[in-house]
Design a protein around this ligand. Structure first.
Ligand code: AMP
Length: 113
């Protein structure tokens, strides 16, 4: 099977702005930022969508949220940021390798578009 875009980034075949890396995931700057901070937290395991998660992924999913916390705090936005997961094409997902958008640094409206 061909690699996802994010697998290629994880394997350093495509350049990206890494802000975090550990044994389970990486975090990179989004190439098309929607706010002053826009980081993607990406598991090394190439799960296409959140709805493809299985019970064994529970700890990994919790870890991704803790990394989102860390990257937001490291960027100076730990008190006001948003975590978004687009699940499926109908929600706006374009890269089918699970990722968390961590967005902050400007007022964020609710409900989102
Ligand atoms: P989604 O639409 O939820 O699947 O989000 C995919 C995100 O990946 C978008 O916000 C894109 O801007 C971002 N993206 C696409 N290609 C790259 C890349 N090469 N490096 C960093 N971010 C990317």
């Amino acid at each position: 099977m061909s690699k996802t875009l994010f697998e290629k980034i994880i394997d350093r075949e495509i350049p990206a702005g890494f802000v975090h890396e550990d044994e389970l995931c990486v975090a990179i700057k989004d190439v098309n930022p929607q706010a002053p901070m826009h980081v993607l937290v990406i598991p090394r395991k190439p799960m296409p969508r959140l709805c493809d998660a299985v019970p064994e992924d529970q700890a990994l999913l919790g870890h991704l949220l803790m990394v989102a916390n860390k990257v937001a705090a490291d960027a100076g936005y730990g008190e006001a940021y948003r975590v978004v997961i687009n699940n499926g094409a109908g929600s706006g997902q374009t890269v089918f390798h699970l990722h968390l958008h961590v967005v902050g640094g400007r007022p964020l409206k609710w409900p989102p578009g």
